[in-house]
Write a protein that binds this ligand. Structure first.
Ligand code: DGT
Ligand code: CA
Ligand code: CA
Ligand code: ZN
Length: 582
């Protein structure tokens, strides 16, 4: 087992012990152990080989033994027994936003609730409102959390669905009977989360294709199988639909099943206005009896052209005005991943990241980026080991030295992800913030403020002279928790007025600011920055999810600051600071 996997298990043990109401010192020992392991710079193999694990601060004797066992065997009896000793119902309550182990234990002790259903009942009977330490507000929050969990359970993050989509597509394309194949549906439209996957295949011999599809190793259950249509379910609960159509219908079916429904309705309407009927089978004159008389299509472009439209990329097919734009001329060139020249908003081991400044720089260089920026947390985010003034000073120095060393061709910008305190002031001294290359300001606390308070709080931070960009606008975690309430339109206007960038946080769980808000915002003059919010080198890959969302928001490279080459980025970042000093 890797360092990371072991740390996750130690953290889970801490949570399970808390669910049981065990001794707080014991709980803390496991939580600290998980942290110590995560922030370990050295290789775990080496430490264990040289018997130096006991020297790591934060690891007691009992923990060292458990880590060694996990590392060697991949399992731990103590952990298995612990899991068995706790009701599954209590463990699943941990998925409810806002409910930690301590509260679950308290609810279990006071009310005897052991399943989510019983907890829901207790909410309905207002039993939680009367409990000491809970009250009406927390009862409402728990009830809402349960409702969200149900609604969210039905969808799957695009980023996770992607892991399964590509191998299926590759598998289909490798079959000799398959002439053409594509994914479709919301996955192809790059929606942040998908209900199910859709695959379209063009072939004259569907039988073997259907057989292969339902016989895949990863299929847990076949929910439907006909001559040309099948549906399967995978372990994660995600389902996939396959449709095999004759090759000459392929592009019509692909367009139809890519959707969205709203886009299809408008396309069909447009066809009708021209005396045509558009469907998954083809495009034909309304009064013709047979599809043989329909138009053929060698690509989706042909279908759009037949309706006097330029090609509309799948990401934009949401029935939000794309057809009007395509009628007037070509769709703007949307941003592509190759346009990204570097990234801001990333963390290192100085706060809650998993890799050092130089490891992250090496990873940025491997991606061919001209620059990347470090933006660790500030001190108010103590749970993330945020930097105080002294540690930030030291980091500024390390960044300077790294840049001057010439060790990497990728340039490092010195920044911070500075907490926006509940009153809208920033967590660090203005003079120090002004010395950084850039400042990302973010909300990490007091999420329950009213929409008025939250909006005023964020706008105050935007008006701060040191602020370069605003981090994750709403703080949402997709399929996990809603964001805090904030008036996005007012925030966007304030950002434009103060030359502040709003980030498109590319973490697949965030994708915040939402794609639905970008088009009108950039039309008014807002600049975006696609930020992976990386806590490890592999998180740089999140930029792909950010670019998807940017494309759904109609962003071109010109709208995104981190498509600029190094020289121009330095100019833009410096401009605001010089202007204010001068
Ligand atoms: P999802 O799976 O909920 O994330 O969303 P989609 O868009 O993938 O929806 P899905 O899988 O139900 O169907 C795929 C596409 O097929 C959908 O985007 C448009 C088309 N489609 C399905 N049902 C209808 C319908 O009743 N009317 C129209 N116009 N199109 C439909
Ligand atoms: Ca779908
Ligand atoms: Ca479907
Ligand atoms: Zn943050």
């Amino acid at each position: 087992m890797t360092k990371r996997e072991i740390a996750d298990i130690l953290q889970e043990i801490a949570t399970l012990l808390e669910l049981k109401g065990e001794n707080p010192f014991k709980i803390r020992a496991y939580a600290n152990g998980a942290r110590a392991l995560e922030s370990l710079d050295e290789d775990l193999d080496v430490l264990i080989d040289e018997a130096r694990l006991p020297e790591v601060p934060g690891l007691g004797k009992a923990l060292v033994e458990k880590i060694e066992t996990l590392h060697e065997t991949g399992s731990l009896e103590f952990y298995d027994k612990l899991k068995d000793s706790i009701d599954d119902g209590l463990v699943s309550m941990l998925e409810i936003p806002g409910l930690g182990a301590k509260k679950i234990k308290a609810l279990h002790d006071a009310l005897g609730v052991a399943t989510i259903e019983e907890l829901q009942m207790a909410c309905e009977e207002s039993k939680i409102a009367e409990l000491k330490g809970f009250g009406k507000k927390s009862e409402e929050k728990i009830a809402e959390g349960i409702r969200n969990r149900e609604a969210y359970g039905k969808r799957h993050l695009w980023w996770k669905a992607r892991e399964i989509t590509q191998p299926i597509l590759d598998g289909l394309l490798a079959l000799p009977q398959v002439e053409m194949a594509s994914h479709a549906g919301s996955f192809r439209r790059k929606l942040e989360h998908v209900g199910d996957l859709d695959f379209i295949v063009g072939s004259t011999e569907p039988g073997p294709i259907m057989d292969w599809f339902v016989a895949q190793d990863r299929v847990k259950e076949t929910t439907a199988k006909g001559d040309t249509k099948a549906s399967v379910r995978f372990d994660s609960g995600l389902q996939a639909d396959l449709r095999v159509v004759p090759p000459k219908q392929f592009y019509f079916a692909l367009h139809h099943f890519t959707g969205s429904k709203d886009h299809n309705v408008e396309m069909r309407q447009r066809a009708l206005e021209r005396g045509l009927s558009l469907s998954e089978w083809g495009l034909k004159p309304i009064d013709a009896d047979s599809f043989e008389e329909g138009k053929s299509a060698q690509s989706e472009t042909d279908i759009f052209a037949a309706l006097e439209l330029s090609f509309i990329p799948p990401e934009l097919r949401e029935g939000r005005g794309e057809i009007d734009v395509a009628e007037r001329g070509p769709i703007p060139d949307l941003i592509e991943i190759e346009d990204v020249k570097g990234v801001f908003h990333n963390h290192t081991t100085a706060s809650d990241g998993r890799s050092s400044l130089s490891e992250m720089t090496g990873a940025a260089q491997e991606r061919g980026w001209e620059y990347w920026g470090v933006a660790d947390h500030s001190k108010a985010s103590f749970q993330a080991n945020g930097l105080d003034e002294g540690r930030l000073e030291a980091q500024i120095k390390s960044v300077k030295e790294l840049n001057e060393s010439g060790e990497f061709s990728t340039y490092v910008f010195s920044g911070i992800e500075c907490d926006i305190l509940p009153d809208g002031t920033l967590d660090l001294d203005q003079d120090l913030l002004m010395r950084l290359d850039y400042v990302v300001t973010s909300v990490h606390s007091s999420f329950s403020q009213s929409i008025e308070e939250m909006t005023a709080r964020i706008i105050k931070a935007i008006e701060h002279p040191a602020t370069t960009m605003l981090g994750h606008l709403t703080g949402r975690l997709l399929l996990k928790r809603d964001g805090y309430e904030v008036d996005a339109r007012k925030v966007v206007d304030a950002a434009i007025a103060n030359s502040v960038v709003i980030e498109l946080n590319a973490n697949p769980y965030r994708l915040d600011m939402d794609w639905r808000l970008w088009k009108s915002a950039v039309e008014k003059g807002l600049l975006s920055s696609i930020n992976p919010d990386a806590h490890a080198p592999e998180h740089f890959a999140f930029v792909e999810a950010g670019v998807n969302t940017a494309r759904k928001g109609w962003l071109t490279a010109e709208n995104v600051i981190n498509t600029l080459p190094l020289k121009d980025v330095k100019e833009v970042l410096g401009r605001k600071r010089r202007h204010l000093k001068g």
